[in-house]
Design a protein. Structure first.
Length: 168
C-alpha cells in the first residue's frame, strides 16, 4: 500500500474525494494550498465544482497521472473523453479553469473550438442557445465594418459570453 499522503477535496454539493497528493497536484490551485497549509487533516473546499463534474475531473487526472502512458494513448483518451453532452463539457471547462489545470483546460477549449469550427453565426447561436440582441440593421452595419474579422471575432465573443454565462 502506498504511503503517499491523501488529500480530501469537497465539492460545492458536499461530495468528498480522497485522492493521492500526486494526482491533485495537477491543479495549481490545490498545489498552492497544499504547499501553503498542512492539509493532512483538512478538507480543501472546491466552491465552484460540483460532485458530478469532479468525478469527470478525477477520471481525467488519474488517467493523465499514470506512469508510462504514451502520448498517443493520452491523446486517444482525450479524444474519447470530450465526447459528452455540451453542458457537461462546459462545466468541465469551468472546473479546469477554476482548478487551474492548464492541460485539461486546453483540451476542453479545443473541443469547444472544434464544435464551432466551420459553422455560421446562426448555427453557433442555435447550438449554444445564444439570443441575437442586435437589430438587423446593427448586424448588417457590423458585418460591413468588420467583414475581414467578423467570423473569428464573433466566435471568440460568443465563446467568452458562454463561459461568463456559466460562471454566473
Amino acid at each position: 500500500m502506498s504511503s503517499e499522503k491523501l488529500i480530501t477535496l469537497k465539492t460545492n454539493d458536499g461530495e468528498e474525494f480522497k485522492l493521492n497528493e500526486s494526482i491533485v497536484m495537477r491543479s495549481q490551485v490545490i498545489k498552492n494550498i497544499v504547499q501553503d497549509v498542512d492539509c493532512a487533516f483538512r478538507v480543501i473546499p472546491l466552491t465552484n465544482v460540483d460532485g458530478k463534474t469532479m468525478c469527470k475531473v478525477v477520471e481525467y487526472w488519474k488517467t493523465h497521472s499514470e506512469e508510462g502512458v504514451s502520448k498517443e494513448v493520452l491523446m486517444d483518451f482525450d479524444k474519447n473523453f470530450v465526447k459528452m453532452d455540451q453542458s457537461v463539457l462546459f462545466y468541465l471547462l469551468l472546473a479546469s479553469d477554476f482548478l487551474n489545470d492548464k492541460e485539461m483546460l486546453d483540451v476542453m477549449c479545443q473541443e469547444v473550438a472544434d464544435r464551432i469550427k466551420c459553422k455560421t453565426l446562426e448555427e453557433i447561436r442555435k447550438e449554444f442557445g445564444i439570443k441575437n440582441d442586435f437589430t438587423p440593421e446593427e448586424e448588417e452595419e457590423n458585418r460591413k465594418q468588420n467583414a475581414w474579422a467578423l467570423n473569428a471575432f464573433i466566435r471568440l465573443v460568443l465563446f467568452s459570453i458562454f463561459v461568463l454565462f456559466f460562471r454566473i
